[in-house]
Each structure stands twice: as C-alpha cells, then as structure tokens.
Design a protein around this ligand. Structure first.
Ligand SMILES: Nc1ncnc2c1ncn2[C@@H]1O[C@H](COP(=O)(O)OP(=O)(O)O)[C@@H](O)[C@H]1O
Ligand SMILES: [Mg+2]
Length: 451
C-alpha cells in the first residue's frame, strides 16, 4: 500500500514535471515556427511535429484547451502545430484508484464512499484538468464525477505564462492580430475553469435557461457531493456527434437545429455563451436531442454586446456601413480605419452569410478545408498589410462558437433555413428586457454580472 502511494505520488510529480517540459518545448517550437514563417528558413516540418508530439507525451492539460481555442484565431499558428495539438485529446495520464480514493477523501471526507452506492475505479473519460468517473447514487441515479488533479492551478499559471511567451513571439513577427486581449480573455476563462463550484453554478444557469428546450439536456449537479475541485452530476447517456453524420437528412437537420438552439438561445435570451463547442462537450441521444456538457468555459456578455451582434447582422443585410462601424465599436474594436472596416466586413460577411438569405441552405466550403480557414487566411493576410487589429476580449469566444458550430453544421451537411431559425431567436429583441432577465438569472445562481 505504501509503495502504491509513493508510486502514485511519483507519477503525479512526474506529471507536473512534464508540464514544465511541455512549456519549454512549446517555447522552442514557437521560436522555430516564427523562424520558418517569417524569415523563410526551412525547417523539417515532420521533425517539428514529432518533436511536439514527444514533448507533450499524450498529455491533455490546460495547454490543450488553449490550443483548441487558438486554432480558431485565423492563421495564428501553422496547421501542423494545430493538428498535433488537436490530436492530443486522448490518452491522458490517469489517476490510479489509490490516488483517486485519497483525492475523494480530501474533497468529501474519509467516509466519502458511503455517499455512493457504486464508484467505478477506472476513469470513464479524461477531462482537461482531471478525469471523470461513473458512479451510482444511493437512490440508484447514474452519476458522473469530475475530479480535478491536484496542483492544477500552478499548471494553469505555468501554461498561461508560456502562452504569453508564444503570443509575444508571434506578435513580434506578425502584426495582423494583437493578441493581448486574447491572452487576457483566455487567462480569465482558464482560471475560472479551475473552480468546479463556479462550473456547477453555470450548469444550473444553463438548466434554467434551457428548461423549455426539449432538444437539449443539461446535467444537474449534486451539491452535497461537489466541491470546488469535484463536480458530481447526473450521467447523460449519448453517442458522439460524429456517429450521426451518415444518418437520414431529417435526423441531421433536427440535430443541427438542436445544436443551434443549445448555443444561441442562451446568447440571445440571456447574454451567455458556452465557449467551447468542442466535440467532447456534447453527445447525442437516439432521438437526436443533444446532451450539453462542460460548463467550465462560459462567457457572460453585457446586453449591449448582444445588441451589437444583432446590429451587425442588420448592417450586413441592409448594407448599412454606419451601423456596422457602430457594432464593431460596441464589440470593442478601436481605431477603425477604412481599410480595417472593409476587412472586418469580409469576416463578418462569411460568418453571417447563412443567416442573410431567407431560404434553405447548407453551410459548406469549397476544397474541403476546415470551416472558415480559407476566408481566415485571406483576412489575416490583408490585416497584416494595413497594420493589424486588436480583437476585443468579447470577440474570442463568440468567434470560437461561430466557427465551432459552423464546422458541426458542415459535418452534418444540414440543410436548414438558418435565417428563419435565427429570426425565431432575435425577433422582438429588447436590450433592457435582456438586462433584467440576465441580472435576475445570474443573481439566482450566484454568477457575477459582466463588467
Ligand atoms: N454528465 C456527464 N455524463 C456523461 N459523461 C460526461 C458527463 N460529464 C462529462 N462527461 C464525460 O467526461 C468528459 C470530460 O468532461 P468535461 O466536463 O468536458 O471536462 P473538461 O472541462 O475538462 O473538458 C466529457 O467529454 C464526457 O465524455
Ligand atoms: Mg470538455
């Protein structure tokens, strides 16, 4: 027993060391990437990618989350880099049973096992900051217990520091996007993600917001079995979205519609968005309804921002230049020169295009490239020639959600009248009503108001 304990400790110590190593290796890699891209130096890309793979060693840590989000910032890192980071989502090192028992005792007390009828020794899934165990409650309910690794806050801080270095290198050589607000936004979200008590509150908020949505399910946290490092909730059974891409068109359309509502009912009715539309964060039931998971990265916007999102739609629809500029300014873009506005309009045109026409369309792109990648690269090139922009903090997760969902809809080949679906959400929008509704809901679930 003592041996097992110490080997557990060792492997955990090893994990922390590996984090440090990841940091150094990623820094070296970023420097190489910068060299390759900006000085025309040739480096061996395969070697480059395998070096990264070796350094990360199958670890799924805070850095992975950042990478997933970063992959939607147009053309920020070369594709090989992103592909490698994207691959590292499985095979996370897991805490063994002796260690899990100790961690659970720390969270719930020495008699923690008496609160569960069953608690599976093996983790059922990896989480970015921990792992998820299946369990059964005293009354026979199936549960999911998300248990955080120890010392994650220092791992997150280390990653954020490293990320700053990577961004710094990037920005020295490429002025298209000033990443300072992006870093600030990711830092705040990642630090919040450590706090599972906050996540439980977000989950309750989502349960409230989506209670009338029959096509979306949200887990319910079990407060008595949760702490700021352990989140116990009911288990939601479903299959990965990708297993539905060959299903009948009606099914794929129904699924797409449920995804759309899962993301945009919270935004337009409460000013809240789930910032991480990653394939691991939802599953699908037999009736094509969606289990929405993972409330660690939730962003609350001011009602004026939500109005600006709608204003931008109207500006594009009516070709209203002044309204577009006003919307960008409300989003938080500053010093908008003529050329910059034109470039932002290209990106906005791309994202809003499916909403603009009152007809059934698919969301598709030519050439089989990742959703948005072609337009993003062009926008990025043009921004570079005009001196660049500093995307506001609000932009980061809005953009991430739009790209993530666009990519889901493309995979599903969904054929929908997006315009009508969108209007179903925004018609009758009233900023002051949103303000009151949001304040009330956030207050109920003890979530801070947006600054
Ligand atoms: N309520 C749940 N029911 C079933 N599986 C769940 C539930 N919550 C999480 N999981 C599984 O655990 C994985 C990690 O949980 P998640 O909350 O996404 O962690 P992280 O915040 O680290 O990404 C999910 O991808 C999913 O497979
Ligand atoms: Mg997740």
């Amino acid at each position: 027993m003592a041996d097992q304990n110490s080997s557990d400790r060792n492997s955990l110590g090893g994990r922390v060391k590996r984090y440090a190593k990841v940091g150094r290796a990623a820094g070296g890699l970023a420097a190489k990437v910068a060299g390759n891209r900006f000085f025309g130096l040739t480096i061996d890309k395969a070697e480059h990618a395998s070096e990264l793979q070796a350094a990360l060693g199958g670890l799924k840590g805070p850095l992975m989350k950042v990478a997933q989000i970063m992959s939607t910032v147009p053309d920020m890192l070369p594709e090989e880099y992103m592909t490698e980071l994207g691959r590292l989502q499985t095979n996370a090192p897991s805490m063994g049973w002796p260690f899990v028992k100790r961690r659970m005792a720390t969270e719930l007390g020495p008699d923690w096992q008496s609160h569960y009828k069953e608690f599976e020794h093996q983790a059922a899934a990896a989480a970015s900051l921990g792992q998820v165990h299946r369990a059964e409650s005293e009354d026979g309910t199936m549960l999911a217990c998300k248990l955080q690794y120890p010392d994650m806050s220092s791992a997150v801080e280390a990653d954020l520091k490293q990320l700053k270095v990577v961004f710094g290198i990037y920005h020295r050589y490429d002025k298209a996007l000033d990443p300072s607000n992006i870093h600030a936004e990711l830092s705040e979200r990642l630090r919040e993600e450590l706090d599972y008590a906050r996540e439980a509150n977000n989950m309750k908020l989502y349960g409230h917001i989506l209670k009338a949505e029959t096509g979306v399910h949200v887990p319910v946290p079990v407060d008595a079995l949760s702490t700021d490092r352990l989140l116990t909730m009911n288990w939601l059974e479903g299959e990965p979205l990708m297993s539905f891409v060959e299903h009948h068109a009606d099914a794929r359309n129904a699924l797409a519609e449920n995804m759309f509502r899962a993301w945009y009912v919270p935004l337009y009715n409460y000013g809240v968005i789930h910032g991480d539309p990653h394939l691991g964060n939802y599953t699908v039931r037999d009736d094509y309804s969606v289990n929405l998971l993972d409330f660690g990265c939730v962003r609350v916007f001011k009602p004026s921002f939500v109005r600006a999102v709608i204003d931008l739609y109207k500006a594009l629809r009516d070709d209203d230049e002044a309204l577009a500029v006003h919307a960008y300014e409300t989003w938080g873009f500053a010093n908008l020169e003529r050329e910059v506005i034109d470039i932002l309009n290209q990106w906005a045109q791309f994202l809003y295009a499916p909403l603009l026409e009152d007809k059934v369309t698919t969301i598709q792109e030519n050439g089989g490239v990742a959703y948005g990648a072609g337009v993003a690269a062009k926008v990025h090139r043009e921004l570079r020639t005009v001196g660049g922009v500093r995307p506001p903090r609000e932009f980061v997760l809005m953009d991430r959600a739009a790209i993530g969902l666009g990519s889901v809809f493309t995979h599903l080949g969904a054929e929908i009248n997006w315009h009508r679906m969108f209007h179903g959400l925004i018609d009758g929008f009233d900023e002051s009503k949103l303000d009151k509704r949001q304040a009330k809901a956030l207050g109920t679930f003890d979530i801070p108001l947006p600054e």
